[in-house]
Design a protein around this ligand. Sequence first.
Ligand code: HPA
Ligand code: ZN
Length: 321
Amino acid sequence: MTDWSAVPKAEIHLHLEGALESELLVELAQRNGVPLPSYDPAVLDARYRFGDLQDFLDVYFVNLAVMRTEQDFHDLAALYLRRAREAGVVRAESFFNPMVHVRAGVPLEAVMHGYAGAFADARRDGLSCALVLDFTRDLGAEAADEMLTAVAPYRDLIIGVGLDSTEIGYPPSLFRDVFARAAANGLHRTCHAGEEGDAEYVRQALDDLGVERVDHGLRAMEDPELVRRLADEQIAVNVCPLSNVALRAVDRMEVHPVFAMLEAGIRVTVSSDDPAYFGGQVDANFAALEQVGATEEQLAAIVANSFAAAWVDDAERAELE
Ligand code: HPA
Ligand code: ZN
């Protein structure tokens, strides 16, 4: 078996809020006087068994109540960036989700300065990394539009936008205008689609949001025409194998659509999504695929795809690879 932590790669589908490991969760809860069901990290970890996406999101959002100050956001991002480097990540493009924090009364400035400070530290230590603003889709398009306006003073800290949280009932088409405005601002675009929603969600992400990448994209495989289009246009599809099995978007690792995606010529990448909840960093996700028979050639293609899909210029891409 390969030591995947020794293989340089880009991780482009990662939620900073999903990197909140139980030890840090407990520390922040104690720091900020926020009650938890247990203060034993092992007990908290043992609760992480999910029936579906919403089941996970319910726990994830409750836990985020511990995040209050700039220092908290700095500590969370620093933890992820350290773990990422240990897992062989040389380029990190990381989602952050300010809407949930701001609605909980945290100043946007604390979120931005905390995350950006840790990213600047990591950059000084030689890691290529950038922040991607994720909108919480179930809060609606108007709230997303307001957040895009609110982050204008921090424009230089962000390279792109995405869409996450509850998928079904919140199709990409609702967010057409805010994504158009993000594009006009020179921001890259990606979108969670086809994790639980059907192929139509993925099609809308392409047609209505003009995304360059799709996060998960699993159910696109139900539509042969869409599969051909993803391959033809070399749209990156960023899957997260341990997440997909943990949230039962995929029955078993052996039947993960990543194999069919590779077969179809889709530019599929592998990331960890929410590593504190789904059993491991990006290296563990590669190992999980290797364990069910992914070949050296397939896994090398996925690594190469991670660099091809990264939002860096060609000079930096050549340096990273
Ligand atoms: N899907 C949707 N929303 C999310 C996820 C995910 O995998 N992780 C964090 N927010
Ligand atoms: Zn995700």
